[in-house]
Structure formats: C-alpha cells, structure tokens
Design a protein around this ligand. Structure first.
Ligand code: GKR
Ligand code: MG
Length: 436
C-alpha cells in the first residue's frame, strides 16, 4: 500500500580486470590461437555492498571504453538497464554492423561494453531479490543446458607457459587436449576423449584451417565413428567460395545436422541455402539487430547463433529468440574461449530460452584455468545444471583473479590476433577472408 519506487540501489564502483588464460594452439580460418586467451572480468558494486560480475572477451580498447563509461555507470540504478543502454549509446555513438570485421570473432566495442554491464547488473538484481538470473529472463524452461563437443584442428601443445610443449603427468581430457590434431584420425581421437570426459551428445568441428578435402574427410570420419546418433556440425568460418561450399555441402548433406558459415555474407549464404537440404547457421553474417531485415529479405540462414557478449546482453538474446520464432529461424549459441562467469551466463540464458532445438557451443573444455570459486563448472551428459543461488550463482576467486591478471601483465597480448600468431610459425601465411 505504501509502495514507492523512488529509491533503488545505486552502483558505486566499477572494477575492470583484464586476465590472460591458458589456451592451446587451436587453428581456425584467421590463424592460430595465442598461448593465452584474453578475457576481462567486470565487477559492479552498489552503495550497500552488493556486487555483480560479468566476463567478456579481452581487448585493451574495450577495457578502455568500459573505463570511459564509468561516469555513466557509477550513480546508475542497476534495474534501469534501458536507460543505461541509451546513455551508453549516446556517449559512444552508433556502432555499425560493419565494425564486426572479417574475423571469426566479433570486433565491435559497444555491444561488448553493454553486455558486460548488463550481465553484472542482472547479477546484482538477482542477489537483491534473491532469485537466479534465469528468473529475470522469463524463468527456467529446462534444468540442464546441453552443449556440443567443440573440436579443433590444432598443433601439439598445452598453450600457456608450455606453448607447443605438453604439461607432463596429465590424464584423460587434460592430456588429450594437448595432442596434435591435423588429420581425420587426430580429430576422431580428440572427439572420443572430449565426449568421454564431458558426455557431449552433439559434435561441432571448427574448419577453415586446412583445404576442404581434409576437413570434409574429417567429418566423414566422425560420422563413421559417432553417426547417426550424435548430430554433427561443421564451421569453416566463411572461408569457402560459393562453388566450394555447394560441392562439399552437397557431399555432407547426409551427415550434417547443420552447416555453419560455409560462405561469406548474407547474399552468398542465401544463394547456397536455396540449393542445400542442410540448414545453415551463422555467427558471422547476421550478428546484430541491424542485420535482421536483410537476413529475412534474402533468406540468409536457418539458425542464428546468438552470443550474449555481442548481441548486447542476455535480455537482447531473449528478444532475438522471439524475432527468430516470428521469422522461422531457430536460435542457438556461439562461443569463444571463456571461463565460468561467461558459462554461467550462457547457462542461465540457455535455460530461459523458450525453444532450444540444438546443443549450444562452448570452448570451455579447452581452457584449463577457472576464475570462479570451486573451480570449473561440471558437465553431466554434456549438459550444465543452472547454478543454484541468487544472480549468476557463481563468485570470483580473488586469488585466482590476481594470478590471471599477473598472467595478463606478463604475457604482453592486448587483443586477439590469430594472424600474428600464425605468422610466428609460418611467416608467409596471411589471413584471407575467402581462401578455398
Ligand atoms: O576460437 O578459433 C576460435 C573460433 O573460430 C571462434 O573465434 C569463432 O568465433 O567459435 C567461433 C565460431 O563459431 O565461429
Ligand atoms: Mg561459427
């Protein structure tokens, strides 16, 4: 009866901590993963001491932008997310879809800044009202969120200090993740080891590293080993010419659940889609709300792989799911190298999505480090249970955060640059947006 909405919580402080986490020498269309992947951990603290956390891809310029946004964030009410978004939009100016760039990963700034703030605010809100983040997104549609095994061609090596060498004494997946995989047999061994430890029931192979014949043969080898019970997907990150994609797409029609970014651009995707029976998925040609009108007009894809880090947060991804439903698209999830704060956010989102026809992507098995208390989140039968507890349900381990920040200071990487890493091994190599 005495309701008054005048006074809400107020954000008093923002902490931005760049970290570097061990990452093995994985290959993709843009080159080679560096021995450390960069992430940035963001903490917002309210005047009455409630803190919210988030994790985004690490990049010095995004970190600086987050720092520059501090004046907008501090003093805001974490419930007022639309207003925060509008003030950030005004402060930074409109960011065009083009700024994503040609790389497999998204290079925009503002979407990442907003996602970092939004997830941390939702964590705060959840703690204040004593509900998990999934309840702020519409509530749980499932208790456990299934993920896919995400295979990579790779050089031998553990990454981190070990680089191309191995850390001795490891067993199971911890040993297998260090093995070379540059041919179909190596990929099948990697899949066996990863599925054994995590129980994954879908498999994705990242391609674009070698010529198509070898990569498609690897898909056939996976099908011989796992098919047809385990759905298979393949993703060459748009490095194939349309005629290459048509030829190999036809060949893989009987073995694929979906084909991810076979070609570059919505027009080429739409052209291919008319000729293939396999659904096409993307995290490269339709990556922002501004891309939706042309995606629908052209018919560019069947599945949009959202990623709350670059679609502008968890609520935006829920909005996207409704757009997908309206226009006959499916929604699933994209991933980059990440730790448990991102995984927790992905799980809350995955649990809230009304429809989830495909197992989500995650790079998580590739990162031995973890920044949350209690160590790595567990996978059972390839799925992660929604973390219990209010907010995201995970907390930062301060000692580990310090150690991973020291890694960042020491390693010298300030943004992801797979081409430079590849040139260290093959000096003549250069990134070509379309190669085969
Ligand atoms: O980590 O090398 C990688 C991937 O290629 C990643 O950067 C992509 O963004 O996993 C991603 C994808 O599905 O395209
Ligand atoms: Mg992809």
């Amino acid at each position: 009866a005495n309701f008054s909405a005048k006074k809400g919580p107020v954000i008093k402080e923002i902490r931005i901590t760049p970290i570097a986490v061990v990452d093995p020498p994985l290959l993709n269309a843009a080159g080679l993963h560096a021995p450390y992947a960069l992430r940035t951990i963001v903490e917002l603290v309210t005047a009455d001491g409630v803190s919210g956390i988030s994790e985004i891809p690490g990049n010095e310029q995004i970190d600086q932008s987050l720092g520059n946004a501090a004046d907008i964030i501090v003093g805001s009410d974490p419930f007022h997310l639309s207003d925060i978004q509008r003030r950030l939009d005004r402060f930074f100016g409109k960011e065009s879809a083009m700024e994503r760039g040609d790389t497999p990963w998204d290079q925009r700034k503002l979407v990442h800044v907003f996602s970092a703030i939004e997830v941390a605010c939702l964590d705060i809100i959840g703690k204040i009202i004593n509900r998990p983040v999934v309840d702020l997104l519409g509530g749980k549609m499932r208790d456990r969120v299934p993920f896919a095994a995400y295979l990579f061609f790779k050089y031998e090596g553990a990454g981190g200090e070990q680089g191309f060498g191995k850390s001795p004494g490891e067993a199971g997946w911890a040993a297998a993740r260090q093995e070379e995989a540059v041919d179909p047999q190596g990929i099948v061994r990697q899949a066996q080891a990863m599925c054994k430890d995590f129980g994954f029931q879908s498999i994705k192979l990242k391609g674009g590293a070698f010529e198509p014949r070898l990569e498609v043969d690897s898909m056939h080898a996976l099908f011989r080993e796992f098919g047809p019970e385990i759905p298979l997907r393949f993703d060459p990150n748009a490095i194939w010419k349309p005629e290459t994609a048509l030829r190999y797409g036809k060949e893989m029609e009987p073995i694929l659940e979906y084909l991810e970014d076979p070609v570059r651009g919505q027009e080429n995707m739409a052209w291919l889609r008319k000729q293939l029976g396999t659904p096409l998925a993307t995290n490269m040609c339709t990556t922002s709300f501004d891309d939706i009108p042309s995606s629908i007009r052209l018919g560019a894809e069947d599945i949009i792989l959202s990623d709350h880090h670059f679609w502008g947060g968890l609520r935006a991804s829920i909005e996207l799911s409704r757009i997908c439903r309206t226009f006959g698209r499916d929604l699933s999830m994209h991933s980059n190298s990440h730790l448990g704060i991102s995984l927790a956010a992905m799980v809350h989102l995955g649990a809230a999505l009304p429809d989830m026809p495909y197992a989500l992507d995650t790079h998580y098995p590739w990162q031995p480090d973890e920044v949350i208390k209690g160590g790595k989140l567990k996978f059972e039968e390839g799925a992660v249970a929604v973390p219990a507890g209010p907010g995201l349900g995970v907390e930062i381990d301060r000692d580990v955060l310090d150690r991973l920040h020291q890694n960042y200071l020491r390693c010298g990487f300030r943004k992801r640059d797979d081409e430079t890493e590849m040139k260290k091994i093959h000096p003549e190599w250069s990134f070509q947006p379309v190669r085969w």
